[in-house]
Design a protein around this ligand. Structure first.
Ligand code: SAH
Ligand code: SF4
Length: 426
């Protein structure tokens, strides 16, 4: 989501004469798009803001701005504590960016605005400057209404607001006309798309986007298990370009903790849902998010989660240590788990999941998979990378293919997070 929003910020700045640079020392303006979902993200950003001092010393005309969730959360305090920051704009004020920069350029007056957190998100008439060449992110809604007890997102992002479908279609058509092959629809909980507009459900939106000419792959994230509809499963099962992958964060594998997290489903309900999805969409890959160390977590809860993982067999999981966010209900819950236990549980959880991920990938050994080519890998320009429809990374020696091609790759080596192979021309 932050990548997508940064691309839109770049689009606004382009309109008033700025261009992106890879050379931070040459920048006239540095904009930090911040996250505060966990303390580690927050610490990194404060560290980064401190580091920017030296560029300001070298170039006193440099403008430094902070936007995103941390800007929303700490606005006034942030600008007081960091004299090198020129402006702070909250999450609902993103559409004001070009105005704010232009007025700062002339008046040089420091500025903070975190108002109206649930206000309408006005998408200025600019097109994002996308960082990828093959795959484009398209936000379809902002905010969240779910209030999971650990999570700060609803407070810093405000209530759910959907973008009108016509606006979404126009943006996607434009991206596809410009050569993008893959679209990922984004929202904190895409299943609630449209509830505020009464225009169409997420499933209908997905089905309509799937018909756009020239599109090769369609993805979405994130889905909340509590309201993933049968209609959506049906649309996915009958889709043309909709990829066989769902990121469906479960967060935990014991009902006691799920209830305390306010996730509004049980382990049994989640299982049922996954069964239904797997029956309707063969070869679907399922990924998830998990949090260890939530207040009140006992060794028994944790063992239930490990059992749950062994049974459900996710393709992959993003695993997090619970991070207390002040202002959220869980920050006041009893039964805090000590750091050592949290780390031990995280390691155990990862070990169990890694074994499962590897076993899942081994099922693909010696098979041919369809890969959307992204380009040269980070470490070797002769090795190219791409993804399967199930969102698995594939590495292969580069031949004649270019970014955006759909090719077949015969898998001949399998690791926990990647597949390796050679091009299969058959
Ligand atoms: N809206 C998405 C998730 C957005 S945040 C959803 O509900 O699926 C991405 C992930 O960060 C969450 O799924 C959760 O696993 C994790 N997360 C959120 N708040 C956290 C916290 N306080 N501590 C640790 N992990 C957290
Ligand atoms: Fe946070 Fe829950 Fe909303 Fe996801 S659904 S953003 S975890 S409150």
């Amino acid at each position: 989501m932050n990548v997508a929003e940064s691309e839109r910020m770049a689009g606004q700045l382009y309109k008033i004469g700025y261009k992106l640079t890879d050379d931070i020392a040459a920048a006239d303006l540095i904009l930090i798009n911040s996250c505060c979902v966990r303390a580690t993200a927050e610490d990194k950003i404060y560290g980064k803001i401190g580091e920017l001092n030296r560029y300001k010393l070298q170039n006193p005309a440099l403008i430094i701005g902070v936007m995103g969730c941390l800007a929303q959360k700490d606005g006034d305090d942030l600008i007081k504590r960091y004299p090198n920051v020129d402006f702070v704009l909250g999450t609902a004020r993103r559409g004001e960016l070009s105005n704010v920069v232009e007025s700062f350029e002339s008046a040089r007056k420091r500025f903070v605005d975190t108002s109206n957190v649930s206000g309408q998100i006005i998408e200025p008439e600019v097109f994002p400057i996308r960082t990828g060449k093959v795959s484009a992110f398209v936000p379809i809604m902002y905010g969240c209404n779910n209030f999971c007890t650990y999570c700060i997102v609803p407070y810093v992002r405000g209530r759910e607001r959907s973008r009108p479908a016509a606006e979404i279609f126009a943006e996607i058509k434009n991206a596809v006309d410009n050569g993008y092959k893959e679209i990922t629809l984004l929202g904190q909980n895409v299943n609630s798309y449209g509830k505020d507009l009464q225009e169409m459900t997420f499933a209908k939106l997905l089905a309509a986007v799937d018909k756009i000419e020239g599109l090769k792959r369609l993805r979405f994230m994130t889905s909340h298990p509590k309201d993933l509809s049968d209609e959506l499963i049906d649309v996915m099962a009958n889709g043309k370009n909709i990829c066989e992958h769902i990121h469906l964060p479960v967060q935990y594998g014991s009902n006691k903790i799920l209830q305390k997290m306010n996730r509004v489903y049980t382990v049994e309900k989640y299982f049922e849902l996954v069964k239904k999805i797997r029956a309707a969409i063969p070869n679907i890959s399922l990924t998830t998010d998990l949090i260890v160390g939530f207040p009140g977590e006992t060794e028994k809860d944790f063992q239930l989660t490990l059992d749950f993982l062994r049974e459900i067999k996710f393709d992959m999981a993003f695993t997090f240590i619970y991070s207390e966010r002040s202002g959220t209900p869980a920050a006041n819950f009893d039964g805090k788990v000590d750091d050592e236990t949290k780390h031990r549980r995280l390691n155990e959880l990862m070990a169990v999941q890694n074994e499962i991920s590897l076993a899942k990938n081994l099922q693909l050994d010696d098979t041919t998979v369809e890969v959307l080519v992204e380009g040269a890998s980070k470490t070797d320009k002769n090795i190219f990378t791409g993804r399967t429809r199930t969102n698995k990374s594939v590495l292969f020696p580069h031949g004649t293919e270019s970014a955006g091609d759909l090719i077949n790759v015969k898998v001949n080596q399998v690791q926990t997070w990647i597949l390796k192979g050679i091009r299969d021309f058959l």
